[in-house]
Ligand binder design. Structure first.
Ligand code: PEP
Ligand code: MG
Length: 611
């Protein structure tokens, strides 16, 4: 098989037909989608045509003025917000952006283009600002070259305004359900996809555990990312297959390939239906060890799938998704309503509400330019951001604590890297609880508090951390990223990103051991916890709780019910002795085949093309 990012064309046996292209990327959301394709312009932005008619000039000038006006006000608002929340260094950058947007030369140059060259407002802005940014980059001055990024940032802000006046989303313009092909999609763009209109998506960029991938899986939209450059070829094609199990995209598939995939898709849904009917069977191994299966959710609508597919509760509610497409951010009351709805829908089942994990690739649109960090994954993200920004953190804690009396609520802090952070966060929870009590509001006493173990520092300190929390939740998506120093969203290093790496397994084993010694619960809630290949390994390492996207529950339950704990222990012990991720993967594949020989093979889609 060729590596991700490669493409092979094969002549179609039918004369005159366009050639079929088979592209290999990274499978991030399972399932098979077949249909017509829509190729998006950069990051989902639909630019209007460049040229306009003479009659449209007046209207276009008015749009340009309005766009600049609103974008300027927006930057000034962002500046005020950043000044109170984040301090002067962020605010000053935004103040400079607001000034640039209000600059009279920018307005005059753009107006001249619209009037004299008859171009649309969007293209006038792009042409003026791109020329400016390119001049700065060519000046051989690293300070000015870096400022070119600011020019592009304000360009994006103004374009956002101008395009915002046009139809809301490319989805509104789709004539029929289609496959979306794009350079990249951000998590918030993915969160806005409508599964009834977008059957699947494939992107040139993106890594194996990006939040875009997580959202796709939550929406049950088959997706392949990290395909490398392919949009130029795709623009000449009419339809495609997206194979979210194998990480393949087949452009203009020939008829036999289409038939094979349609059959595989039908078989897949029949199998899922059968396994889903077993949702009420206990997740117990052949030798009677009970395993607790929970669901991960990003959207409140996923609760139904959790309940129907037999989750005992919600092991991870990624609350930042309430914020990603919300402008302004949800108020305390709006958050309370959202948490209360989920808790009520669970009818007594437990729920672990994770506090905001904003930052890195998860930035709400209203604060995109508030964080200009050269290394955002190692920067002000997650709990660090919440601790720095009481205006964000306290209303969320108030909402969670108010909702805590409605059910079995537990609270989870993301990306804890030191004991000091944990203590500071716990102190704020205590303070917020006291404040609510003083206001006469009911708050649940002894609300269980846990931490995500997702940086090596936390895993290495797990024995100390375990004394101060009620539970651990191992976030393998980030743990892999930080242990192996591999950006989880970067397709160019995706081959290094592996849950099977022995270094990751050793850290997981340490965390499970610390939890056992201190008598606290431990769950795996990263992607690894929902992948059947790793189920035996995790059981063998001592895990008895797994939390995963709800549609993964049936396959994981099937593996649990088909294995013995002693076999799982032997597999884990062997894996811990191995030297490479490849050797661990081979071991796990063979152990799974032996224990469950009926594990389905994924279809060999276009054997001739792959050779
Ligand atoms: C993780 O890192 O494994 C995790 C569950 O958190 P997220 O994927 O939201 O970063
Ligand atoms: Mg994480």
């Amino acid at each position: 098989m060729p590596p991700p990012g490669t493409s092979i064309s094969t002549p179609d046996p039918t004369p005159m037909a366009t050639p079929m292209h088979v592209l290999r990327g990274i499978a991030v959301s399972p399932g098979i989608a077949i249909g017509p394709i829509v190729v998006l312009d950069t990051r989902g932005i639909r630019l209007p045509p460049r040229n306009i008619t003479a009659e449209a000039v007046e209207r276009e000038l008015q749009r340009l003025d309005e766009g600049l006006e609103v974008a300027g006000r927006e930057a000034a608002e962002a500046e005020r917000e950043a000044r109170t929340r984040l301090g002067p260094q962020y605010a000053d950058i935004l103040a400079a952006h607001a000034r640039m947007i209000g600059d009279i030369t920018l307005r005059a140059d753009a107006r001249t283009r619209v009037e004299q060259e008859q171009v649309s407002a969007e293209h006038a802005i792009i042409e003026v600002l791109e020329a400016h940014a390119t001049r700065m980059e060519r000046l051989n001055d690293s300070y000015l070259a870096a400022r070119a990024a600011d020019v592009r940032d304000i360009e994006a802000r103004i374009l956002g305004q101008l395009i915002g006046q046009r139809p809301k989303s490319f989805q509104d313009e789709l004539p029929a359900p289609a496959l979306v092909l794009a350079q990249d999609l951000s998590p918030s763009e993915a969160a806005g996809l409508d599964p009834n209109r977008v059957l699947g998506f494939a992107t040139e960029a993106g890594g194996p555990a990006s939040h875009t991938a997580i959202v796709a899986a939550a929406l049950e939209i088959p997706a392949v990312v990290g395909l490398g450059k392919f949009l130029d070829i795709a623009r000449q094609c009419r339809m495609a297959v997206i194979d979210g199990d194998e990480g393949l995209v087949i452009l203009d598939p020939d008829l036999p390939t289409q038939a094979r995939y349609r059959a595989a898709a039908a078989e897949r849904s029949a199998r899922f239906r059968v396994l889903s009917q077993q949702a009420n069977l206990p997740a117990v191994t052949l030798d009677s060890t009970q395993v607790h299966l929970w669901g991960n959710i990003e959207f409140t609508a996923e609760i139904d799938a959790c309940v129907n597919l037999g989750a005992e509760g919600v092991g991870l509610f990624r609350t930042e998704f309430l914020f990603l497409n919300a402008k302004p951010p949800p108020s305390e009351d709006q958050q309370f309503q959202a948490y209360a709805a989920v808790i009520r829908a669970l009818r007594g089942r437990p729920i672990v509400i994770r506090t905001l994990d904003l930052g890195a690739d998860k930035l709400g649109p209203y604060r995109v330019s508030a964080y200009i960090e050269s290394n955002p994954c190692l920067g002000l993200r997650s709990l660090r951001l919440s601790l720095r920004d009481p205006g964000l953190f306290r209303p969320q804690l108030r909402a969670i604590l108010r909702a805590s009396t409605l059910g079995d609520v537990r609270i989870l802090f993301p990306l804890v890297s030191t004991l000091a952070e944990l203590r500071e966060a716990r102190a704020i929870v205590r303070d917020v609880a006291a404040e609510l009590v003083a206001e006469g509001q009911a708050v649940r006493e002894n609300l269980p508090v846990g931490i995500m173990v997702e940086v090596p520092a936390a895993a290495l300190m797990a024995d100390h951390l375990a004394k101060e929390v009620d539970f651990f939740s191992i976030g393998t998506n980030d743990l892999i990223q930080y242990t192996l120093a591999v950006d989880r969203t970067n397709e160019t290093v995706a081959e290094l990103y592996s849950a099977a790496d022995p270094s990751v397994l050793r850290l997981i084993a340490m965390v499970v051991e610390a939890a056992r010694v201190h008598g606290i619960e431990v769950t795996v809630c990263g992607k690894m916890g929902g992948e059947p290949l790793y189920t035996m390994l995790l059981l063998g390492l001592g895990l008895r709780q797994l939390s995963m996207p709800p549609h993964q529950l049936p396959e994981v339950r099937r593996v649990i019910r088909g294995v013995r704990i002693e076999t799982a222990r032997a597999v884990a012990a062997e894996a811990l002795r191995l030297e490479t991720a490849q050797a661990v993967t081979a071991l796990l594949e063979s152990a799974l085949r032996q224990a469950l020989p009926d594990t389905p093979d994924t279809p060999e889609p276009a054997a001739s093309a792959m050779r």
